[in-house]
Design a protein around this ligand. Structure first.
Ligand SMILES: NC(=O)c1ccc[n+]([C@@H]2O[C@H](COP(=O)([O-])OP(=O)(O)OC[C@H]3O[C@@H](n4cnc5c(N)ncnc54)[C@H](O)[C@@H]3O)[C@@H](O)[C@H]2O)c1
Length: 363
């Protein structure tokens, strides 16, 4: 790319655009500038014009994509828009940084990855866990071989209660969101585990999903207020056993509502044949971000390293900067479209296994 600043367009100017993407780009304003934003909501556009000084706004993202001054877009609209907006942006010659989940299903995700390849453009996915310091430190420990051969990982993102409020989009609808807790928070867990493990291939999945709390009129206290319990048709809890080609197994859990004592925010336990690790990757403030490495010494497990990491307010800012660097320097983003596709394949397999009651093979 030339030395001029990279031009950015934002598709979907809601919460994640305002909290993460727009400030992320504006934090590196010597490298890029936000040229325009597109949203079907005039209110959302008015907010981003007023609060972030974005010069041009569009109600139809296709019109925005005609601007030659835009080199790349962030796709921050609701889940069903990720696929059509990404394809339209790639067809217009733009690079794409897409919010998670990459798509509603693996077939759509594959089409997006292939379109990016054909257009010779970068497709990155916002799996921001890859930028959380304790996750990066754990990855380094694993790559150094300190844990030995990793044969079991347990990973969870269990909210005791954490249903999206009524006022917020269509998280409760399978047709509109693609799924529930699994496609919302489970995708972060799946991506983090495969990234940390160095990318083994998932070969089979046995999963189950439940909707037990979310459809109750009196499902208990919800930190974000009343939710759409009347017409929710997605999972509020999902779990899976995933077998990998290297013999390792992954046990996965995620929930928006589960009767457990405490929230288990994005926690990963890694068991190798030399040592183990327990990482809490976010949520709940400073005390909740932690990485412990456990090694077997003198017949008992001891804490070898105990580090508290300061909470990172917006790891997405680092993800945005990584995307900008990849486009400007022609490199690879830390989290690619292929990574998003792998996650989507596992998600599809968990839903298929839950529906059929049988193990699903991923060949
Ligand atoms: N990485 C993360 O941890 C994280 C966190 C929150 C949300 N997200 C993802 O970000 C996306 C948006 O979530 P949100 O919380 O910002 O929701 P939101 O409802 O606040 O914002 C979505 C915006 O998309 C707009 N939109 C809908 N259809 C559109 C279209 N056809 N063209 C343009 N804009 C359109 C809506 O009007 C809305 O302003 C979701 O896919 C969600 O999964 C990711």
């Amino acid at each position: 790319m030339s030395s001029r600043r990279m031009g950015i367009g934002i598709i979907g100017a809601g919460q994640i655009a305002q909290l993460a993407h727009i400030p992320g780009y504006q934090a590196i304003s010597d490298e890029c500038e936000i040229v325009a934003a597109a949203d079907v909501s005039a209110d959302a556009l008015a907010i981003v014009q007023r609060d972030f000084g974005i010069p041009h706004v569009f109600r139809d993202y296709h019109e925005m994509l005609r601007l030659d001054s835009i080199d790349a877009v962030s796709v921050c609209a609701s889940n069903p828009i990720h696929h059509p907006a990404t394809l339209a942006a790639l067809a217009a010659g733009k690079h794409v940084f897409c919010e998670k989940p990459l798509a509603l299903n693996a077939a759509d995700a594959r089409e997006m990855v292939e379109a990016a390849e054909a257009a010779n453009r970068i497709l990155a996915v916002d799996f921001q866990t890859r930028f959380i310091p304790q996750a990066v430190a754990l990855k380094r420990v694993i790559e150094r071989g300190d844990l030995g051969d990793i044969y079991f990982v347990r990973a969870a993102w269990n909210r005791r209660r954490g249903f999206a409020p009524r006022t917020k989009g269509a998280f409760h609808s399978k047709a509109l969101n693609g799924g529930g807790a699994l496609i919302d928070v489970g995708v972060h867990v799946i991506d983090a585990v495969f990234w940390l493990m160095g990318g083994p291939r998932p070969v089979s999945v046995s999963g189950a999903t439940y909707l037990k709390i979310g459809n109750q009129a009196d499902g208990g206290y919800n930190p974000w207020g009343p939710w759409n319990y009347e017409d929710i048709d997605v999972d509020d809890f999902a779990l899976a056993l995933i077998r990998c080609d290297n013999g390792a197994t992954i046990s996965l859990e995620c929930s928006w509502g589960l009767n457990i004592v405490d929230d288990e925010y994005h926690r990963i336990w890694v068991a190798g044949d030399r040592a183990g690790a327990d990482a809490i990757l976010g949520g709940g403030g400073a005390s909740a971000t932690r990485l412990r490495i456990l090694s077997a010494e003198s017949d008992s497990w001891v804490d070898r390293v105990h580090q508290n990491f300061p909470p990172v307010a917006r790891p997405q800012h680092a993800a945005v900067a990584d995307f900008v660097r990849a486009v400007r320097e022609g490199g690879r983003p830390r989290s690619t479209g292929e990574d998003g596709l792998r996650v989507q394949q596992v998600v599809d397999a968990i839903y298929a296994s839950a529906d059929s009651g049988r193990e699903v093979r991923l060949d």
